[in-house]
Design a binder for this molecule. Structure first.
Ligand code: NDP
Length: 333
C-alpha cells in the first residue's frame, strides 16, 4: 500500500513538504477483517485541525469511498463500496467493527445511489451533506420568509445549506471569497444576494440587503465575518456554529483579532449553538437518503472540485484551505 504520512506539524497553511508518501506491505487478513482499496479520498477542513493530535510518521487522516477487495467479514463482500475513516492510503486491512471513526461511527456500505458517482458519498451524500441537513434544519429551524445568511456559502456544506434554505422558502444571502463564487451562488444556486468578503464592506452590504436584520446564520468560518453578521441579527436570531475555518491556519501568535461578540448575543438574546455532526450518528443513513431524495427531486445541486491521482492529496488539501474549491473537494485515486 501507498500512504501519506505526516513529516512536520503544520505551521500556518500546510506545505507540500509536511507530507511524504511511503510504501508498506499489507498484512494478511484475519477473521472479521476486510481489505479495501481507495477509489476516492476526501480533503476536509477538519483534517487541518485534527492533525495536531497526530504523531509525526502517522498516516494522514480522512474519509474514503473504497472498494472491498477481499473479505473475511460476514457482512461485507468483494466489490462492496464502503465509506470509512481509512486515512490517506491506497489500500488498508481493517476490522470494520473496531474502526476508530469519529464522525459516522463505523464503516458503512454506501447506500444504493444508482448512477451517481460514488464520490458523492464523501460530500452531498456523506458527512458534509449530513452536516448541512441536520445542522441547518435542527439548529436554525428555518421558516418560510426568514432571512438566512451562510458563510463559506460556496463550499461543500455551505452550498448545500443554501439550497435547503431556498427550498424552505427563505431569503438567502451567501458570503464567500471570490467573484466567481459569488456568480455561482447567484446564477446557479439562485441565492437572493451574495458577497465576496474579500472585496466588499460586509457591514454596509448586509445593512442594504437586510435592513431589518437576519433571522438565521449558518456559520462555517467564524472570525470577523461572523462578528459583523452577529451584530446584524434580529432579536432571538438563531446561529448554528458549524466551523471556524478562518482560524484553522492560525496559531496562538497569529490568531485573528475579532470584535467582541457578547454584546450582540446579550442585547439581541441570540440563540447561538455549536454542533458536531456526530450528534446525528443514529440518523446517518436516514440523512444520506434524505439528501439523495432531494437530488432526485431535482432541486439539490452539487459541484465537486476533483483532483486526479493519489499523489495530489496534499495539493488538493492545501488548495481547499486556500478556497480553490466550489463545492466538495475530493481526490480520485
Ligand atoms: P468547504 O468546501 O467550504 O471548503 C473550505 C472553504 O473555506 C474554502 O473553499 C474557502 O472558501 C473557505 N475559507 C478558507 N479560509 C477562509 C477564511 N480565512 N475565511 C473565510 N473562509 C475561508 O469546506 P466544508 O464545507 O467541508 O466545511 C465548511 C466548514 O464546516 C468548515 O469550517 C468545517 O470545519 C465545518 N464542518 C463542521 C462539521 C461539524 O460537525 N461541525 C462537519 C463538517 C464541516 P472562500 O473562497 O469562500 O473563502
Amino acid at each position: 500500500t501507498k500512504k501519506y504520512i505526516l513529516v512536520n506539524h503544520f505551521e500556518g497553511l500546510p506545505k507540500l513538504s509536511d507530507f511524504k508518501i511511503i510504501e508498506e506491505p499489507l498484512r494478511a487478513l484475519k477473521n472479521s477483517e476486510i481489505l479495501v482499496e481507495a477509489l476516492w479520498i476526501s480533503v476536509d477542513p477538519f483534517i487541518r485541525a485534527y492533525t495536531m493530535k497526530l504523531n509525526l510518521g502517522d498516516t494522514v487522516i480522512g474519509y474514503q469511498v473504497a472498494k472491498v477487495i477481499e473479505s473475511r467479514h460476514p457482512n461485507f463482500s468483494v466489490n462492496d463500496l464502503v465509506v470509512g475513516y481509512f486515512g490517506w492510503c491506497t489500500r488498508i486491512v481493517i476490522a470494520p467493527e473496531s474502526q476508530d471513526d469519529m464522525v459516522s461511527g463505523k464503516v458503512y456500505k454506501l447506500p444504493d445511489i444508482g448512477n451517481l458517482s460514488p464520490s458523492l458519498g464523501l460530500g452531498v451524500l456523506g458527512m458534509p451533506g449530513n452536516t448541512a441537513l441536520f445542522g441547518f434544519l435542527e439548529i436554525c429551524d428555518p421558516k418560510p420568509g426568514n432571512i438566512v445568511i451562510i458563510s463559506g456559502a460556496a463550499g461543500a456544506v455551505g452550498s448545500h445549506v443554501a439550497q435547503i434554505a431556498k427550498h424552505k422558502g427563505c431569503i438567502v444571502i451567501g458570503i464567500t471569497g471570490s467573484d466567481e463564487k459569488v456568480k455561482y451562488l447567484l446564477n446557479e444556486l439562485k441565492l437572493d444576494a451574495a458577497f465576496n468578503y474579500k472585496t466588499v464592506d460586509l457591514a454596509s452590504s448586509l445593512a442594504n440587503v437586510a435592513p431589518h436584520g437576519i433571522d438565521c446564520y449558518f456559520d462555517n468560518v467564524g472570525g470577523e465575518i461572523s462578528s459583523i453578521i452577529m451584530y446584524q441579527m434580529k432579536p432571538r436570531g438563531r446561529v448554528a456554529v458549524c466551523g471556524s475555518i478562518s482560524a484553522y491556519n492560525a496559531d496562538a501568535r497569529s490568531l485573528p483579532k475579532v470584535s467582541v461578540l457578547q454584546p450582540a448575543i446579550v442585547m439581541k438574546e441570540l440563540m447561538v449553538q455549536g454542533f458536531i455532526v456526530t450528534r446525528w450518528q443514529h440518523r446517518w443513513i436516514e440523512g444520506i437518503l434524505q439528501n439523495l431524495s432531494y437530488i432526485k427531486e431535482g432541486w439539490l445541486k452539487y459541484q465537486e472540485h476533483v483532483f486526479i491521482g493519489f499523489d495530489k492529496l496534499p495539493e488538493a488539501f492545501i488548495d481547499m484551505l486556500k478556497g480553490g474549491n466550489i463545492g466538495k473537494a475530493v481526490v480520485k485515486v
